[in-house]
Write a protein that binds this ligand. Sequence first.
Ligand SMILES: C[S@@+](CC[C@H](N)C(=O)[O-])C[C@H]1O[C@@H](n2cnc3c(N)ncnc32)[C@H](O)[C@@H]1O
Length: 371
Amino acid sequence: MSDHAQLHQQLIDTLTTGGSLRTEPWKRAAVAVPRHEFLRGGLFRRVEGTAGAWAPLLEGEPGWLEACYEDESLVTQIAGTIVPADIRGQILRAPTSSSTLPSLVLRMLEALQAEDGMRVLEIGTGTGYSTALLCHALGEENVTSIEYDEDVAARAGAALGRIGLYPRLVTGDGLLGHGAGAPYDRVIATCGVRTVPPAWIEQTRPGGLILATVGGWLAASELARLTVHEDGTASGPLLGGQVSFMLARPHLPPPLGLLPDLSAGKEREAIIGADTLNDWTARFVAQSAVPGAQRLTLQQDGRQEHVLIDVESGAWAALCEEGGHWTVRQDGPESLWDTAEEQLGRWKAAGSPGLEEFTLHVSPEGHSYLW
Ligand SMILES: C[S@@+](CC[C@H](N)C(=O)[O-])C[C@H]1O[C@@H](n2cnc3c(N)ncnc32)[C@H](O)[C@@H]1O
């Protein structure tokens, strides 16, 4: 057995026993695609005990091959340009590209319900690992994959070519889809979106499926599987599991800019406190009500302020707890916490259902969630 064969087999076993690898076509694809081929440029490992620092691990260094076959997401680019070979030591910036953990990739591919010969559009080529799996199961001539970042796309193309796979690779904004290859039977996104782009719906045939992680700026997200309808709308269930992906680059939040004067605004007692937002599902519900809001925590004047700010509209809400009671101060064109509280109240009144009980409807009028 070659160096990687045993590690590869162990990964397949883990995916099979863990339930993410369930059907024969995807088992064959997972066996056929060696993940280390997509990580020859090295990877970044999280440095334990730091506030989010990353250290490079290059091909051939001790632990590299083992890391490639762990069921972990492996960061391959940081801050939009930096790759492992660029630095020595550590770096403290946000990841911008990665090879997603294989159990999630395979769970998504299984959930895509794609069959041999179906035409698939993938958004977020990344390293090309998931693209390779798609090529194996569906035929490379049926796979189109879009990557935003030119350098990332070039490395993925080279890795796919090394193992003899030549799908249609497009560099550009995947939120626009790729009309030239439409209609697709399936669309799958391995970056998160705040809203499902109209182009994905337009470019999917009626009855086709879109599998994407819908998320936002309050850091809660979930995998949605939408069926495209004749009338140009799409709907379907959230699948559960608290799936999270880096947001599509055009969907990243704008800089916060200057903070508003948080001593201004109207004050009232809050019915629901900001501690509710510690819960993933509650955050998702609040996020769907105030999608433009970003969250930060400030320590000032001896107390903690939990702040929501919508940079575009200028609306803000600041919540503070004292002796078990929450107060909220709000200002701007919308009372953010009134809106979030109302949605959270409806969700709580329904028994705080889990995200797997939600359905998403997407139409030209926008997104709506039912539970
Ligand atoms: C988690 S990685 C993809 C993982 C990949 N499927 C794999 O198996 O290696 C997400 C990728 O989405 C890309 N991305 C972000 N926004 C995008 C957009 N608007 N269009 C296309 N790709 C995008 C990022 O550059 C990044 O490479």
